[in-house]
Design a protein around this ligand. Sequence first.
Ligand code: ACO
Length: 321
Amino acid sequence: PIRVRLTGVGGYLPREVVTNDDLARKFGIETSDEWIKTRTGIGQRHIASDDETTSSMAAEAARQALEYADVDASQVDAVLVATATPDQVFPAVAVQVQARLGMTAGFGFDISAACSGFVYALATATALMQSGQAKKVLVIGSEVFSRLLDWTDRSTCVLFGDGAGAVLLETGAGEGEGVLSTHLHSDGRTGDILYVDGAAGCPSTSQHLRMQGREVFRHAVVKLSQAVDEALEVNGLTGQDIQWMVPHQANLRIIDGMAKKLALPADRVVVTVDRHANTSAASIPLALNEAVRDGRVRKGDLVLMEALGGGLTWGSALIRM
Ligand code: ACO
């Protein structure tokens, strides 16, 4: 069988940092550091400037992942970008990334699964590789949610940030190594609790993110637990076997809830939500990039990823680094 290993990581965060206090003082939002921190764990977020786009950030994160793996862009067979905030409806961000990287061969496409997008893209890339259609694939999550937010709605605008994360996947993992399994789910019946109001295909739209926060919270821990149990069961593992949880970074309370469920101590959980806020599809690869580069996540470690987002979509992945 063809086995897929993760060989490179990269990330990009916009230059501008906006603290919770900045939101209240400079942006005139009726909120406070205390309100945001106690409910979400968020202390600040990065916000893209005009020259920082989903494709530019994606390309920079991808460049870093290629450099980490010592692979040239010309060797890459496919680029998959998970995003809800493309620069344009088409061409896809992935195709723009190909151009930015100087690629003249291979293929690229975007994946729409909101905050679960990275797990969806990872699963898709792994399947393409296992079926022999690609040997080296860049999997990227890149988002500028700041351009999707209703800045007059304090219940949502304080929660998100911008950024991009990337991994390089290559075939050739040994037995029990690399991507062990991926698990995807979605249920459109809950589409109304977290959504973007319209798009180019809709006659009248605001294109702002809308959310019923409590409802999302209620679904999150239940559905994430199911996806994690599924991943452990399929691989004959228990929570004790996991070295690192690299969760989607929506909210510290959800992350803590999942860690508790798995009986994982806090120092086995990679947290960036305090500094990045929720970067949607970018949050998992950004967190992984940080933890690999600072030496926490090492070769041989078992890493659990999990995410839930608009759709609802949710899923998990287990990777032996
Ligand atoms: N600052 C100050 N007060 C605020 C703010 C704010 N930024 N936002 C809302 N409030 C007020 C509300 O107006 C309300 O006031 P009221 O009682 O006078 O009407 C009060 O705070 C409580 O509002 P709720 O929305 O009920 O607050 P809640 O305790 O549910 O916390 C939160 C909101 C943090 C969004 C929570 O529901 C949550 O974490 N949900 C999970 C959703 C999530 O993480 N989504 C991210 C996207 S999805 C994903 O990535 C998984």
